[in-house]
Design a protein around this ligand. Structure first.
Ligand SMILES: *Cc1c(COP(=O)(O)O)cnc(C)c1O
Length: 460
């Protein structure tokens, strides 16, 4: 490999990819069907119409390999895309590793994460189909901020159910959403049946992503001109994020290099999917040995400890059933600081790729994740989001392994966002107040008893 002094690989606006990559036709086997929550039979487009605009429903099941990015979406993307790819030269030096470490930086978007890649697209398609308002949930607030920004751009009202602990811990994310004109509630609320039911059981419920989803879905189902939007997990969300990986492929070409291992942190799976799915396509079509590694918290280990089963996307059981790695829809996550990774399930596409051995997974404790975050910040100057720091932990471990083995290794990871709104988490880490927590395997087995029972042999 020629020794280059380059540290960043940029694409011009004209080089921005014109299409998203849809992996559905290239999966090793078809995704199991999505099931209706009541009948437990496969859903059709009309079943989903109360929730999503038809364009997104069609993308959810499309068999077209490439889907053109509409002009108005490209125009918004161009404000921060193509995002930079960096070579982490100072981090490599600090680790004294023969590995070459690259990272794709999604923190350059106006709200500081990858999430606007899909928020902009979703609001655009909603606007085209006449949606007046979109309801959604948010955990740490990154998704709500992204949708609120996109709503402001396209003139669609945004109503956000924000998990109560985050609402209290992260007032600045809430204010950011309000600055964009969105309405934000601390979930559970007494505005919905789902929220009232939870509050009746536990008036001090800290909320969860699953509960907030139940509330947002209910608002959409009960109002014909309101649709619902999800910031991760679904096929169309992963599709919109593939612009990350399509850009990274071109940028690795400019670097005259190719990754041995591609890493992402996983909450619902969208930022990792965005980076890796185009590389999965290359591996499958060219027989490459590329590895893919999902980094998750030990406190919410849906891939490493969850089971691959049909489950609800929300807590109350209003959403369709999807087959995924899940900790159980009534999972109550411990209050770890990577709020964006506290979801009980995993994207069906990523679950299938994990089940089929294409994607590996590793879980990490909070303190070791923050060790990595601080080491990265001191070397590279970017304070990472606690979510993204899981990917950094995994990347540093890979680089240290390469050092031990005396091997070259090319590592690419997604730096999904910056941590400028997460300094309270850093404060807790510096003060030694972060607890390492292992989610007990028994709890998953218990939750399994409460999962919807589906006779899969009857579906064929
Ligand atoms: C939301 C979020 C995540 C986790 O969600 P995925 O769908 O798994 O990508 C990771 N990083 C950041 C910065 C986020 O905002």
């Amino acid at each position: 490999m020629p020794d280059k002094i380059h540290t960043k690989y940029l694409l011009s606006e004209d080089e921005m990819p014109r299409a998203w990559y849809n992996i559905l036709p290239d999966l090793p086997r078809p995704l199991p069907p999505v099931l209706h929550p009541a009948t437990r039979r496969p859903v059709g487009p009309d079943d989903l119409a109360p929730l999503f605009p038809m364009a997104l429903i069609m993308q959810e099941v499309s068999q077209e390999r490439y889907i053109e990015i509409p002009g108005p979406v490209r125009e918004v993307y161009a404000q921060w895309r193509p995002s930079p790819l960096f070579r982490a030269r100072r981090l490599e030096k600090a680790l004294d590793t023969p590995a070459r470490i690259y990272y794709k930086y999604e923190g350059v978007s106006p709200v500081g994460s990858h999430k606007p890649n899909t928020a902009v697209a979703q609001v655009y398609y909603n606007k085209l189909e006449g949606t007046r308002k979109i309801s959604t949930e948010t955990g740490a607030g990154q998704w709500g901020s992204s949708l609120a920004m996109a709503g402001a751009f396209f003139g669609v009202e945004i109503e956000v159910f924000m998990v109560k602990v985050s609402y209290q811990q992260k007032p600045y994310r809430r204010l950011m959403m309000e600055t964009f004109g969105a309405t934000v509630h601390a979930s559970p609320t007494n505005l919905t049946d789902a929220g009232r039911a939870i509050l009746a059981q536990d008036p001090n419920s800290p909320g969860s992503l699953g509960i907030a989803i139940s509330e947002a879905v209910e608002v959409a189902v009960k109002n014909p001109d309101v649709k619902y939007s999800l910031g991760s997990v679904l096929n169309h969300v992963l599709l919109h994020q593939t612009i990350i990986g399509e850009e990274a492929l071109l940028q690795m070409q400019k670097a005259d290099d190719y990754p041995d291992v591609v890493i992402g942190c996983v909450g619902g799976g969208s930022n990792m999917a965005g980076l890796v799915l185009p590389f999965v396509r290359e591996r499958l079509s060219k027989g490459l040995p590329t590895r893919f590694l999902a980094a998750e918290p030990t406190a919410c280990p849906s891939m490493t400890k969850g089971i691959y089963a049909y489950d609800f996307g929300d807590t109350v059981g209003m959403t369709p059933l999807v087959k995924m790695h899940t900790l159980g829809h009534d999972f109550m996550p411990p209050g770890i600081h990577a709020g964006g990774l506290r979801y009980h399930g995993m994207a069906p596409i990523m679950s299938l790729l994990h089940e089929d051995g294409i994607i590996e997974a590793q879980a990490y404790h909070q303190n070791s994740v923050f060790d990595a975050a601080v080491q990265f910040a001191r070397a590279e100057g970017i304070v990472p989001a606690p979510e993204s720091a899981h990917a950094i932990r995994a990347a540093i471990n890979e680089a240290l392994e390469a050092r031990e083995a005396g091997q070259e290794r090319v590592i690419l990871f997604n730096l999904s966002g910056h941590g400028h709104f997460d300094m309270a988490a850093y404060e807790a880490y510096f003060a030694g107040r972060l607890e390492d927590y292992d989610y007990p395997a028994e709890a998953v087995l218990e939750a399994q008893q409460r999962m919807p029972q589906v006779d899969e042999s009857a579906l064929a």
